[in-house]
Write a new protein. Structure first.
Length: 144
């Protein structure tokens, strides 16, 4: 199976945001992006479907859109120590998902954005990363 080169930064941005307000997964930030995306697999079958990736993005958006106005923006910044962590996550999410450059991330921009890492790994085009495809992605990430 041939593996193309891919920039894992976008996955890291999303996963940084996922971890930002959820202390139970904060330690996961140190792991590689492919390991983190594999954790989007909610049903425990060892594979990650596109539906599961969309669900992860939707949950992340809901966490970051603290004022529930349908946008992730500076207005969602919490006070105190979490504010600094929000700033870091917001900058990462904004750089990856702010398609129109307005410094706001809409639900559609985040949820509907393409995923180059997922597409790279989905070698058979079935919109599911099998355990074998995830293993190949991990190997590619280690060898980059």
């Amino acid at each position: 199976m041939a593996i193309k080169t891919v920039n894992f930064g976008g996955v890291a941005a999303l996963l940084s945001a996922v971890c930002m307000l959820n202390p139970s997964v904060a330690a996961a930030q140190a792991r590689d992006p492919v390991q983190l995306i594999s954790e989007a697999g909610a049903n425990g079958d060892g594979a990650v479907s596109w539906v599961e990736v969309i669900a992860m993005r939707t949950q992340t958006f809901a966490r970051l859109d603290r004022n529930k106005d349908g946008l992730i923006s500076a207005a969602d910044r919490p006070r105190g120590a979490f504010g600094v962590r929000f700033d870091q996550a917001y900058a990462s999410v904004k750089s990856q998902f702010d398609a129109n450059g307005d410094n706001l991330v809409s639900r559609a921009e985040m949820v509907d954005a393409p995923s180059p890492v997922f597409d790279l790994g989905d070698t058979n085009g079935d919109r599911i990363l099998s355990a074998e495809e995830l293993a190949a992605l991990r190997s590619a990430a280690r060898n980059k």
